[in-house]
Design a protein around this ligand. Structure first.
Ligand code: FE2
Ligand code: FE2
Length: 290
């Protein structure tokens, strides 16, 4: 089988790290520094991960048959990582539920969003996945690059988010490489048009849905109305301002010649792995997905 020439670093090895978090003690309800808005946005993201990541895997794997050997291998490792992420976020979501949050509305909303795209051609699902994987990768980069995002958080939960962020960076090129292969016969213009359109749709939905989800969880903590909006928007856009900080990386997606690995941020992975090696939990070997 042939190989595919891609900007993805040739020595990149996507290595699933099978870790478990938060099984030994309950997670505090306001685990993020006792802050309602910080806890709410991370919980809102986590609520959508199991259903979202299953969708990513399903979308990418449809294009695995006939893929060059190096890409097929990337897809396999990507699948393994996403499946373990879902397991851990599912466990985290259960702990959030045990702490008193009702996530059912958020989960149903994510399901409904994705159900709409299932009636579209598989290439549209792949383009949506590629856009969301870019989102995830730039959020992950910020999370690992700037410790202020998780400052004050419960240690075990912060570890869960850092671990997930690390693997999202590591596999950030997989959906994109799959797309480059699947659309190899398209014109540059058609590729750009579909890619840009899906990114705009996905961004609109992401911002609306996650904001609504976080506001719902804040309501469950008794914070509503203008106060809730102000707290949440200030947290997301001003300080620490995650959404503002990813804006530049988000825009680069539209540039000609964009590829997720045009920014080589593997130093963040090395730093994560070095710090995780100090942690008491042993690494376990992961059974790789077929
Ligand atoms: Fe993931
Ligand atoms: Fe991912």
């Amino acid at each position: 089988m042939s190989t595919l020439s891609l900007p993805t670093p040739s020595d990149l090895r996507i290595t699933p790290r099978d870790r478990r978090f938060g099984r030994d003690a309950p997670t505090p309800r306001l685990w993020h520094g006792r802050r309602v808005e910080a806890t709410a946005i991370y919980n809102a993201l986590s609520a959508t991960f199991p259903v979202g990541e299953a969708y990513f895997v399903e979308s990418v794997r449809k294009f695995r048959d006939g893929a060059p050997a190096n890409l097929a291998e990337e897809i396999k490792s990507f699948t393994t990582q996403e499946v373990v992420h879902s397991r851990e976020h599912d466990a985290f979501n259960q702990r959030a539920a045990a702490a008193g949050y009702d996530l059912s509305q958020l989960e149903a909303q994510a399901e409904a969003r994705l159900a709409l795209t299932r009636s579209r051609p598989p290439i549209a699902s792949l383009a949506a996945t590629m856009a969301l994987e870019h989102f995830t990768a730039i959020l992950a980069h910020q999370l690992l690059a700037d410790p202020r995002h998780l400052a004050g958080a419960d240690q075990e939960t912060a570890d869960l988010w850092r671990w997930h962020a690390c693997e999202e960076i590591e596999h950030k090129g997989v959906a994109y490489d799959t797309w480059l292969h699947a659309t190899r016969d398209w014109t540059r213009w058609k590729r750009w048009k579909v890619k840009a359109k899906l990114m705009l749709i996905v961004t609109r939905n992401f911002l609306i849905d996650r904001t609504q989800g976080a506001l719902e969880l804040m309501r469950q903590d008794g914070v509503t109305g203008l106060r809730a909006w102000t707290m949440l928007l200030a947290y997301l856009w001003i300080r620490p301002g995650m959404f503002r900080k990813i804006a530049g990386a988000w825009m680069r997606y539209f540039l000609p010649g964009f590829h997720p690995w045009n920014e080589d941020d593997r130093h963040l992975l090395a730093a994560y792995d070095a710090s995780a090696a100090q942690a008491p939990q042993p690494k376990r070997k992961v059974r790789r997905s077929a």
